[in-house]
Design a protein around this ligand. Structure first.
Ligand code: AMP
Ligand code: MG
Length: 351
């Protein structure tokens, strides 16, 4: 299949919305930008089109996808028994990186929900994509536009790398701002529960939901626990090389990383470091990528997936990743890092 790649600008914006929405209405696949990561879009009410999304990504069929909407009216056609708290969350966080899970209405094809009786919905904060959904007049199915198991794409180029020849169109609109996938909160249960941490943090949500819970598999990564969200059980974000995550106090992290480097001199090592620690590796003969300052985890999140992909491109044997405290944005960053490192963690003694 030929994949049309369009970089949008002010001049071709309207024309691209029209072209992309025609493809969506014909049941075709269009990769679209959002503020979190790029999405692999199809008409979310067309079961066959959604099956093609799974096939293009190589996504397991039991992993449901998120529907992207451009209005509350569209949301209300997709769900039943929408709880009152969702009005407040919509007011505070939409359009934005918060996905809510509701009981589904009967217009949702089974391919969207992988047979569950709930559906995940989000309103993305990108002008192009909101215009595309409106023009298509249908919710867009939109899992991340990467090959399943790899890091989510934060630029049009990442999508082209994974999906060229497998989708009809890729609409590129620069880098995504957040760089991590949306927070997922389940509102279909008695006590709302975070199933995936993201840029709308636990702390931000708890301000409105005092009884908010968090899926215990996000905090403890024991292999005995099964995540509530089907997608969370799969291997994710895996770089080509083996990756290790270092946790503890900052000095301890650096010391343990250097010890590890000393023991593995024959390997080509990549280090994912914060700005503050980059110079620590000057004399180590390793390849260091700067993730941004420890004081700005939004920047770290923004660069994380691109850095993992950069190590794949360069080709290293081993990746050492600096860890963070698991609160606020650190919870989302650590969730992705733990998965990228297949839970191989070198723990320090100090917090
Ligand atoms: P992605 O499409 O890559 O952003 O991943 C979507 C995430 O939302 C996956 O972890 C899915 O398992 C999760 N998800 C989607 N729909 C549901 C649902 N109805 N219940 C629980 N988790 C869901
Ligand atoms: Mg994904």
């Amino acid at each position: 299949m030929h994949t049309e790649y369009i970089e949008i600008n002010e001049i071709n914006f309207d024309e691209t919305v029209n072209k992309a929405s025609e493809l969506i209405r014909e049941g075709k696949l269009v990769v679209f930008p959002t503020e979190t990561v790029y999405g692999l879009g199809a008409d979310g009410l067309n079961g066959q089109a959604v099956r093609n999304v799974y096939a293009a990504k190589g996504r397991p069929l039991d992993n449901p996808v998120i529907l992207h909407v451009s209005s509350i009216e569209m949301l209300d056609r997709l769900v039943v028994d929408r709880p009152e708290i969702s009005d407040l969350l919509i007011e505070k966080f939409w359009p934005g990186p918060l996905t809510m899970i509701f009981k589904k209405s009967n217009i949702i094809p089974k391919e969207i929900t992988a047979g569950l009786d709930t559906v995940a919905v989000r309103m993305p904060n990108r002008k192009f994509t909101l215009s595309l959904i409106k023009a298509s007049d249908t919710p867009l199915a939109g899992p991340s536009a990467n090959t399943s198991g790899k890091s989510s794409p934060t630029s049009g180029e990442h999508c082209r790398h994974d999906l060229d020849g497998k989708v009809d169109m890729i609409v590129s609109d620069g880098d995504t701002e957040v760089g991590l996938e949306s927070t997922v909160i389940d509102l279909s249960v008695k006590n709302p529960m975070i199933l995936r941490p993201g840029a709308v943090t636990f702390e931000m949500l708890r301000a409105y939901i005092p009884n908010l819970e968090i899926d215990s598999t996000i905090l403890e990564s024991s292999s005995d626990l099964i995540p509530k969200s089907p997608g969370q059980k799969y291997k994710h974000y895996a770089p080509d090389a083996e990756a290790l995550l270092f946790t503890g106090g900052n000095e301890e992290i650096v010391r343990n990383m250097k010890e590890y480097i000393a023991k593995n001199r024959t390997k080509k090592i990549g280090v994912l470091s914060t700005t503050e620690n980059v110079s620590e590796f000057d004399r180590e003969n390793v390849l260091v990528l700067d993730m941004g300052s420890r004081d700005n985890l939004n920047e770290v999140a923004h660069r994380l997936f691109g850095s993992l992909r950069e190590f794949d491109r360069i080709g290293v044997d081993l990746i050492l990743c600096e860890g963070f405290e698991e609160n606020e944005m650190g919870l989302a960053v650590m969730n992705r890092l733990k998965k990228a490192c297949s839970n191989k963690i070198i723990k320090g003694e100090n917090k």
